[in-house]
Design a binder for this molecule. Sequence first.
Ligand code: ZN
Length: 247
Amino acid sequence: MNRYSDVAIVLKRKSFGEADNLITVFSKNHGKIKLLAKGSRKIKSKFMGHIEPLCLIKLSAVSGKSFEILTSSQIEESHHELKSNLKNLPLINLICEITDAVTCERLSNYQVFNLITRVFSSGLWGNKPELISLFYFINLLKFLGFAPNFHNCVKCDKNGIIFPYFSYYWGGVVCQDCIDSYPGKRIDEETVMILKLVNSSTNKIFSIVDRLHDKDTKKSFKIISDFFIYIIEKKPLSLKCVEEHIY
Ligand SMILES: [Zn+2]
């Protein structure tokens, strides 16, 4: 039996059997793992309160025949405050669902792990939760090898001009001259500007927060959420809730 320890953020918890939960976590050293938390739905379970989505935990596990079994857990950070703000919940659920959908089991990715922990500790949640979520999604794309290009036309490489289209297939902006051969979705100048800024750093986001209009943020968010729909080939369930509650 292979025993190991790691630190991980819980993405999903699902009831399993009579008293167990099956949890999906993104860990620092093993990437995404699914773990069976035996007896965790019993009132006196040692896992009680540790395996909720968003909890950062230290864990020990063993590889079983069908599942990896969670043997111990210790809570490092519950992110309780973040979850208690109802406005954040749809976006948090979307972050967890998309991260689960686009990552492979047992493929470690330090950048993604650091991104998740950094974003869930960010002070931006209290002000513009949709912007910090946008920062997360753009960087997630980057760290998984789908970095969107907002600077040069993906066909002719032209830059310093206005790009009226975004191609999901090629993962970037397309100029007017190339649109016939590289079909894309309409995008406006403000949206490209926001995406460029959010793509660069969280400090830049802080500097523009007060000047941003909600409608421009919404358009930027839509471009990126549609990019994920294109990649995972289905609409995430939590996205509907984000669309209803945030916009
Ligand atoms: Zn072009």
